[in-house]
Design a binder for this molecule. Structure first.
Ligand code: 5GP
Length: 207
């Protein structure tokens, strides 16, 4: 792939506030596109096909995987999730910046394929607060909460593979930090050289 748009992967255990941060970032940054993943899980109330996810059958997911249309894929909490390769390639080739909300397995796969992709880890401020946030959702039984806490441990054990880490204690502070990382990734020389190749060449031609 030839890149001019940047890729930002946001990874966090459930309860860290990842989706709220990403949604707030998208709201005031119109040049940032959200990668809508394919998933075999069923839609939750209020979710719309094509907005939160492309909800597909296991057969369709397998077909896309076998056709090579998934840049990465993973089994998360008994459901399959994957990122559309063709969509993502089209965006970054057009110079658009893309944000991906994925798990550590997906981020690890993408990092291997595309080392320039930026991996941001969102950390909850404490174990106690993470537990409170999971319990206060009021939609899960104790077994599910324990399963999510174990999954959180697993996710956090990969933190050192990420490029940036934000502790989501105060929402506004965390959002500002995410905006700053987005800006920094846009300004990486490799991305800027694709955007401003004519400008750079004009100086070289003038030697
Ligand atoms: P949920 O079903 O609660 O929306 O998401 C469950 C988990 O799957 C979250 O950690 C989310 O980041 C992750 N996820 C969502 N889309 C993708 C994807 O395309 N690839 C991977 N690897 N994980 C994903």
């Amino acid at each position: 792939m030839a890149y001019s748009g940047s890729m930002l992967m946001v990874v966090a255990p459930s309860g860290a506030g990842k989706s709220s941060l990403v949604n707030a970032l998208l709201k005031d940054d119109s040049s940032l596109m959200l990668s809508v993943s394919f998933t075999t899980r069923s839609p939750r109330p209020g979710e719309e096909n094509g907005r939160e996810y492309h909800f597909v059958s296991q057969e369709e997911f397998n077909r896309r995987k076998n056709d090579g249309d998934l840049l990465e894929w993973a089994l998360v909490h008994s459901n399959y999730y994957g990122t559309s390769k063709s969509w993502l390639e089209a965006q970054v080739k057009e110079g658009r910046d893309v944000i991906l909300e994925i798990d550590w397995q997906g981020a690890q796969q993408i990092k291997r394929l595309i080392p320039e992709a930026i991996w941001v880890f969102i950390l909850p401020p404490s174990l106690g607060i993470l537990e409170d946030r999971l319990r206060n959702r009021g939609q899960d039984d104790e077994e599910t909460i324990q399963r999510r806490l174990n999954a959180a441990n697993q996710e956090i054990s990969h933190i050192s593979e990420s490029d940036y880490c934000i502790v989501n204690d105060d929402f506004d502070t965390a959002l500002t930090q995410l905006r700053q990382i987005t800006m920094a990734s846009r300004l990486k020389t490799q991305n800027q050289l694709s955007r401003y190749s004519t400008l750079v060449h004009s100086f070289q031609a003038n030697k």
